[in-house]
Design a protein around this ligand. Sequence first.
Ligand code: NAD
Ligand code: UGA
Length: 461
Amino acid sequence: QKMKVTKICCIGAGYVGGPTMAVIAKKNPHIKVTIVDINQARIDAWNDSDVSKLPIYEPGLAEIVKETRGKNLFFSTEIDKAINESEMIFISVNTPTKTYGKGKGMAADLKYVELCARNIADVAKTDKIVVEKSTLPVRTAQAIKSILDNTGSDVKFDILSNPEFLAEGTAIQDLLNPDRVLIGGESEDAIESLASVYGSWVPQEQILRTNVWSSELSKLTANAFLAQRISSINAISELCEKTEADVDEVAKAIGMDTRIGSKFLKSSVGFGGSCFQKDILNLVYIARSYNLHEVADYWEQVIILNDHQKRRFADNLISTLYNTVSGKKIGFLGWAFKKDTNDTRESAAIYVADHLLNEQANIAVYDPKVSNEKIQSDLNYLNTRSEEENRNLVQATNDPYEALKDAHAVAIMTEWDEFKTYDWKKIYNEMKKPAFIFDGRNILDKSEMEKIGFEYSSIGK
Ligand code: NAD
Ligand code: UGA
């Protein structure tokens, strides 16, 4: 029979677990929601009385945490206790691309998810609904079920797939007004228990019920389709640059066809973020594992094109600067993978910087939400050069004008709104001449910049 949910535990206090549970807690004051994590520093930051110090920056998040924390939203490292007392447990841990062994560089690494399943199996004394919130390869629920069903106890587990579709930077709005909530499962009672949690604010007709495998696969498919649109428009951007067509005009013209739709057609230096690449590689890997090579090749092309887009942005910058950036200062505006987030995972900025550093450029970075420490660790993670070299060649500042002073070129890597409001005349005056702008997000006005005196180049124009 349908379980009445009074306590929820979420394992993983990250970009998904934090905002999702905060909204569930806000909309379900009668449910106690506890978010647990093995990372003590992260939990401490979530518990910081100064909400500007939360580990994740999302517009609107701090307000909700302030409102619910200590009432029915809790952050803790006491994982076993939270599992034990809850009827429903979300698994919201990271599922990065494997960096070792079979499927290295392609498959999703499921070790954290499996650890969660084993943790639940070890400590659960009463029946539980286990919800896959992490993005997982299709058929993972089977593995989780097999771990949970072999504990030797008579505790009963129902497994649901409930993928998350929020985008960073708009997470709270996406959670409050989702296009749909997807729940895949076998047990109708378990499905309805979870549907009632969302039902506190999401209309029932927007809560889609499917079988587990459709739900798991829909998440990978949604991300593949979204990323595919960006690679498609980015492919056209290169053709635009050869033909005097303007990619923004083309995007508008095709987007007004309601069959195509206008969203997600913004050409850029390349998509980043923790998920698009990882999820497509995972999809490609799964297809190959079933010997579906045409299917795999088709989706892999989305990644190939994206890598090409990042690469050609860097190459264009170098060739425009008379084929050498050695010893030249390049000012980066933005390091995050998109605006309104402090997340830098797989940001195009990292790869463009790495390429320019190979050519011995000096890079000064300004990003309103990203620290020098984070930038250094992103570059060190690539293992292209020593930490000391990265430290010497790359510096973040907290003043955009300082980052651009005496620079040969500005590279706009993130579309932060504030970049549009800068005093570009002053920036021009303080830069080396000719002063170049490489607008990787097409956010500045070409004719205005040229009037000031800049040599301006953008994507797809
Ligand atoms: P994240 O890295 O920000 O957070 C994951 C957290 O899980 C970390 O804090 C980590 O310490 C914790 N963790 C790992 N193993 C643990 C364990 N055994 N016990 C307790 N805690 C553990 O990751 P994220 O961005 O929140 O992504 C989580 C999942 O959601 C991924 O599968 C991702 O693909 C998916 N997803 C992410 C987004 C997004 O916008 N970031 C959107 C939709 C789906
Ligand atoms: C994306 C999806 O939009 C979410 O639905 C999904 O839940 C999430 O991945 C996930 O599974 O992690 P996210 O990566 O947070 O969300 O942000 P997006 O808005 O999708 O942007 C991804 C990247 O594509 C960014 O680098 C962005 O700048 C770029 N982008 C986006 C473009 O270059 N052009 C566009 O038109 C849109």
